[in-house]
Ligand binder design. Structure first.
Ligand code: TRP
Ligand code: ZN
Length: 900
């Protein structure tokens, strides 16, 4: 059967333990780019736990893909009853326990999928999650088959001086013909998706540290020689991660050596292979000249994420891929908490809020959208066609919220007890999301049966709030109702009943101060924020001794991944923006205020009616900008308008052109009305002297560069052009240089003048040898503002012919093509459908050699049914073209679900 026939659906309900187990794996590689020989020696035995659940068969079925079969032997004798086929090997009538030696070959130099063993810049790398190991050798390539591995690598010594694999180096030496070898042993049992090898011309930054219990650890960050000066931040981030996991969770590094390797051809962010994390260069390499503050923060987060997987993912792994959020949701939660701590906010709510706001913005813009479309799925999906398509915002980000809610319910100490019990019970095992929930429940003496719905129900819950103040009895009641009003059909099928929603609430008095809280069943007043446990379809909570009619502050710190509907007046929102003690909700009030205004304007723009901005919004923004009690980074977040993508999703029918017009109009108005404030703020937040990537300095740069971007919106942007040009020329760091270039590009779009050309050319010449910076150069141009006279698509097509463009490199493809399709909605959704035709072309081009990356791009049109009718038809036509021509199961799953 070919991939284009009805694809096979894999279902969670069909899980069965494997018929065989593999206890040890000994791999020998003769690394040659065109044909690498892999000799795989395994101890195999029948799985005692499978006897009753699987039809007893004497055959062993191993998975394998794109492999050339060479030979098989059982217990030292050649074995003839072997059949090699498209999906693997069938070994007929095998004994109950035996040693199996399989020899095969693969072709790393021709492997453009970046899954399995491949070559990048002349070096060898592997990527095995989720199902890449079967492209290296035949195996029971599923996460509940755990084995210990020894690995011998043999290769030419000049071309591949460095030979790395998981665990500890136990032998190395030279071989005849200019070759050498290294032998590695990983003492921990692991699933095959955590296997890794690296071979090539690499150099390392090294540190030796003592872990919590006093053991010496060798830490290495391996890169190509020209990048050694960009490894310090990754190393610092690794050390901070190790310390934080010891302190917060009592979890220590369990290997003598921990390695990070950077590779420039990589499908995703990074991979947590045991002891040998492999990273996209984007999440390793940084120095002030090449990396922005955001890059520095992302590196810290991703280094933390992969390191934290060593316990949450590797020591305790997933039973099957439906449980992916067991490791990903939990590890994202851990990296978010780590980043919050590093930004100075382990105990400080205001500093923590900045990180929280950033995370929630992404969740709402991207995960809520996923939930509203044809790919909607629960945190623990029920079925998939291609597992690579389920490394999603829902599994990662909503999964993280589902973990965070345990901490919201039980506190940090209760959460820690649950974690401790989880490791006590499951260290060394492959388990399920239910096991994590059970550990949290048992450690905290709670029945969490209802909580299971957070794992099994897709769609974004909506909580509608109504309030009533009974002045005579000084009672304030809050009625919460939950439903899934915004769900897609895909989500609706999964919904069974109400969720346990931890709903944090505060009540604010007319003076702006929090009121002390007492619910009617409580004996005394305590605190000013209460986490309501909201479990029914509708429920009323009554606060007593409430002296005045309060203003409710709802879902503080975004205590659950839900949509809150409450009928705030604009005056009330402005009041919350000025006074709420919960920094998240202060930001939220400003966003609601702006969203309301922007959506009203978008509706007018759609009808070609004249636009006008409410002065109340301008005044509220001015107060925030000039409020010195707020950190610059908080002000930057509060003054940034919701994105065009988010706004379009809030419309009954998405109209990107109308949203763009409305948002630009408001930005111009804010730019002009607050011009002197922006100019003053710009000067006040300069960061003279040497670059420091500290949260404080980054916070100042963020607000300063936001000021610059508003000034660039003016119809006569002379101030912005002057400031941006000077900033560009004087910059000693990439944050300022890139922000200046972006301001110039936007100023140019407004005036039609070519004020950005010199900077663009200079930028390219200056960073020609820094691929990650050239990615920014492509991305800035792809996402730049365009107009009907100057469509950005023309620029993008011209840039595709640039000698530095290369579709095969995922970072480069993302920088130009994904940036245009996803980060430039007004241009991508051009009325003539040209953006969609381009999208179809590029999805198909990518599909021919890298289905994983193609499928990511394919998702860009999945919300087509929610757009205005005029766009829907060209979108459908583009989807149908891809559906007719795409070859991979990855892309087909996406477009077929979109069209269904
Ligand atoms: N497990 C990795 C992480 O979240 C991500 C990952 C999954 C990945 N599949 C991949 C990375 C394929 C690269 C390629 O940390
Ligand atoms: Zn992960």
């Amino acid at each position: 059967m070919s991939d284009t026939a009805t694809p096979n659906v894999i279902r969670r309900a069909d899980y069965a333990p494997p018929a065989f187990l593999i206890d040890t794996v000994d791999l020998e590689f003769d690394l040659v780019p065109d044909r690498t020989i892999v000799k795989n020696t395994m101890r195999v035995r029948r799985n005692p736990a499978a006897a009753h659940t699987t039809a007893s068969t004497a055959d062993l079925e191993l998975m394998g893909e794109q492999l050339e079969f060479v030979s098989a032997a059982i217990d030292g004798k050649p074995y003839a009853r072997v059949r090699a086929h498209e999906h693997g090997l069938t070994l007929e009538n095998v004994p109950d326990a035996f040693e199996l030696v399989l020899t095969g070959a693969c072709a790393p130099a021709d492997n453009t999928t970046l899954s399995g063993l491949y070559v990048s810049s002349g070096n060898f790398f592997t990527q095995c999650e989720a199902e890449g190991f079967r492209r290296i050798t035949w195996f029971l390539d599923r996460p509940d088959v755990m084995a210990t591995y020894t690995v011998t690598l043999r290769a030419d010594k000049i071309a591949y001086p460095v030979l790395l694999s998981n665990g500890n180096l136990i032998a190395e030496g030279t071989l005849p013909d200019g070759r050498h070898y290294a032998k590695w042993e990983d003492p921990f049992r692991k699933p095959s998706y955590l296997f890794a090898l690296v071979a090539g011309k690499l150099v390392a930054l090294e540190e030796r540290i003592e872990s919590g219990s006093g053991k010496e650890k060798l830490l290495q960050v391996w890169v190509e020689p020209q990048d050694l000066d960009k490894t310090h931040h990754a190393m610092d981030s690794l050390i901070h991660s190790i310390r934080w996991d010891e302190k917060r969770f009592g979890l220590e590094l369990d290997l003598d050596r921990f390695m990070i390797v950077a590779v420039s051809d990589f499908n995703m962010g990074a991979m947590e292979n045991k002891g040998l994390n492999i990273f996209n260069t984007k999440y390793v390499l940084a120095n002030p000249e090449t990396a922005t503050d955001t890059d520095f923060a992302n590196i810290e987060a991703v280094v933390g994420h992969e390191y934290f997987h060593n316990w949450t993912g590797n020591r305790v792994t997933c039973r099957d891929w439906f449980q992916l959020s067991l490791k990903e949701g939990l590890t994202v939660f851990r990296d978010q908490e780590f980043s919050a701590a590093m930004s100075g906010g382990d105990e400080n709510d205001a500093a923590r809020a900045t990180k929280r706001i950033e995370d929630v913005r992404v969740l709402r813009q991207v995960q809520f959208a996923e939930d509203a479309g044809p790919m909607a799925h629960p945190v623990r999906p029920e079925s998939y066609v291609e597992i690579n398509n389920f490394y999603t915002m829902t599994v990662y980000e909503k999964g993280s919220e589902v973990v965070r809610m345990y901490q919201t319910l039980f506190g940090r100490d209760g959460f820690r007890k649950g974690m401790d019990l989880y490791f006590q019970r499951h260290d060394g095992q492959a388990v399920a999301c239910d096991d994590f929930r059970a550990a949290m429940a048992d450690a905290n003496g709670r029945d969490l049966a209802q909580y299971e719905r957070w794992y099994s129900q897709a769609g974004t819950p909506r909580v509608t709030v109504t309030t009533h103040y009974d002045e005579a009895h000084r009672r304030y009641s809050v009625t919460l109702a939950q439903d899934y009003a915004n769900s897609s059909p895909a989500a609706r099928e999964t919904q069974k009943g109400p969720l346990l929603i931890p709903f944090a609430i505060g009540l604010i008095g007319p003076d702006g101060a929090d009121l002390p809280l007492r619910l009617e069943d409580e004996s005394a007043v305590s605190g000013t924020t209460r986490v309501l446990e909201f479990t029914e379809a509708q429920q009323t909570f009554t606060f007593v001794d409430v002296p005045v009619k309060p203003l409710p502050s709802l879902l503080r710190n975004f205590s659950a991944p839900v949509i809150v509907e409450y009928d705030y007046s604009s005056t009330e929102l402005a009041f919350l923006l000025a006074h709420d003690s919960d920094p998240f909700n202060r930001w939220e009030a400003g966003q609601r205020l702006a969203t309301r205004e922007l959506l009203a304007l978008a509706a007018r723009a759609a009808r070609s009616e004249p636009l006008e901005v409410d002065d109340a919004l301008v005044d509220a923004f001015r107060r925030v900008l000039n409020d010195e009690t707020l950190s610059p980074s908080f002000r930057e977040l509060a003054l940034m308008l919701p994105s065009e993508t988010y706004l379009a999703e809030q419309m009954a029918e998405s109209n990107p052109a109308a949203v763009h017009a409305a948002r630009l109009f408001v930005r111009k108005r804010l730019g002009a009305a607050l011009k002197t404030d922006w100019l003053a703020s710009y000067d006040k937040h300069l960061t003279p002297g040497a670059y420091e990537p500290t949260p404080e300095a980054a916070s100042r740069r963020a607000l300063k560069n936001l000021a610059l971007s508003y000034l660039a919106e003016l119809d006569e942007p002379a101030d912005a052009v002057r400031l941006a040009t000077a900033q560009y020329d004087a910059a000693n760091n990439m944050t300022d240089r890139a922000a200046a270039l972006q301001a110039l590009l936007n100023a140019a779009a407004g005036t039609g003048r070519d004020v950005a050309r010199h900077a663009l050319e200079d930028f390219y010449a200056r960073f020609e040898r820094e691929p990650l910076v050239i990615d920014k150069w492509f991305a800035l141009q792809a996402a730049q503002r365009g107009s009907a006279q100057h469509p950005v698509l023309e620029t993008v097509r011209a840039l595709m012919k640039h000698p530095a463009f290369n579709l095969k490199n995922p970072n480069r493809a993302r920088s130009l093509i994904f940036s245009f399709c996803a980060a430039n909605p007004a241009q991508f959704h051009a009325a003539d459908g040209s953006g969609y035709a381009f999208w179809a072309e590029q999805v198909l081009a990518l599909d021919a050699f890298n289905p994983q990356v193609a499928a990511r791009l394919a998702r860009n049109l999945e919300l087509w049914r929610r757009f205005t009718p005029a766009l829907r038809e060209p979108m459908r036509a583009a989807l149908e073209k891809v559906a007719a021509e795409a070859k991979s199961r990855d892309v087909r799953e996406i477009v077929e679900k979109a069209l269904a």
